[in-house]
Design a protein around this ligand. Sequence first.
Ligand SMILES: [Zn+2]
Length: 498
Amino acid sequence: MKITRRSFFGRSGWLTGASLGLPAVNWAQAAGESAAGKMPRHIIHFVADGTSMATITCADQLSNLLRERGLVWLELAQRRDAALAWVNMRSLNSLVTDSAAAASSWGSGSRVVNGMLNILPDGRKLKSLYELAGQAGWRCGLVTTTEITHATPSGFAINAKRDDSEAIAAQYLVREVEVLLGGGRKFFEAANRKDNRNLIREFAAKNYVFLQTQADLLQAPSDRKWLGLFDISHLPYTIDHVNDPEDFATIPSLAQMTRLALDRLRGSSHFILQVEGGRIDHAAHNCDAAAAFREVIAFDEAIEIGLNFQRQEPDTLLVITVDHGTGNPALNGMGTEYRQSPRLFAGLMDAKCSFPALQAMIPKAASPARIREIIEEAYECRIPLEKIVALARFLDKKGQTLFDLMNTVTAQLGQLLGNYHGIGWASGVHTSDYVPLMALGPGAERFRGFLQNTEVFYHYLALAEIDYRNPSAALLAEGAPAADDVEKSAAYNSFAWA
Ligand SMILES: [Zn+2]
């Protein structure tokens, strides 16, 4: 449901019951009988990529404004049978993990170096969760809003370097994952691959149906495996998808992909499905509050689909978690007695596009006045020209801040808009936050307290009655930060002229 700011204020005034945090449903009463001690036949692993605690908080607050209800994710935490945990997601070589090492910790029970998928530093390949589960007769699925070859989905099935997207695409063919839905078509097409292999044809030879549009997905046959690649690269940000429905009419939402994947897998006696809200992380790398919080709400709609499935199939374990923080945004206390904060925050409802979509609208060598016009139109705010002049220095790569990680255009654009929305950012990179994990359903009782990321893998194996242990490596000593690593993270934020 799309609610404009005007209709919101006109209809309900500023504080609604929902924004006071009142639950829509009394989950404590609604909770079914305890599933403790039972074994699941289905596991759905929801992961919000790069989602700091305040990203969840702010998404819940924005959800109250946009949907007049908070996140289902947080409502579920009130259920008596919800198991809640904190998880240390560190990687083998850093307190700050990347998505590859994070997903590998769940996918093989071993910590690896950032950038690697289920391979130890000495080259030993670890058996992945989907390889082991597949051998034990479990069907496997991956659903994401990023390229399907991206680190988080790959971490459950693949041994490779995270950057080797072409090798990852080819490995999916060997792993025979039942359902693959996301983006990244370019890594499967002969014309775009260095080896000129036509992977789409090779998947078809293995009984896969190739899906390119929402219509394909809606009609996909249930007796074939699914390779759904709905965009060349990542799927669009929700904020752009919602505000420009015509351009993206053929692309399904995360909730829709989740619903259809579950329908497809429903007939299997045992299955495990990973559902990733992958672009929360990308928006947070850009310090793009409106895009990030909208992306969490879209992820929450997918959780709702999983919850409905669990109501129909009670032997389903739902796990909802995060792989690491990114950017660590926060709504700050603004104005006298912080009274400005709610009003400024509500301005996020007016944001019309993501930062990359804004970038596409700014012509090369545009004057500060023109840049101001475009930003003011996109975010409905009034910006003093001197602030645009300061921003333009970063567009010309001549800007300097005291904290080097903020020397990117997107980080500066995020800071600039912070004056109008109240949101500040710690950086545009990953953080070492311990992350929340919630489990519901049979087996949930294993996921309580403070966990190490690697334990999640062994809980899944135990619940699937698989007896196996991967080797692990001793934690590598913390070295001094390498300069090239810092540059790499800044490059991730690069903001080119249209
Ligand atoms: Zn991640």
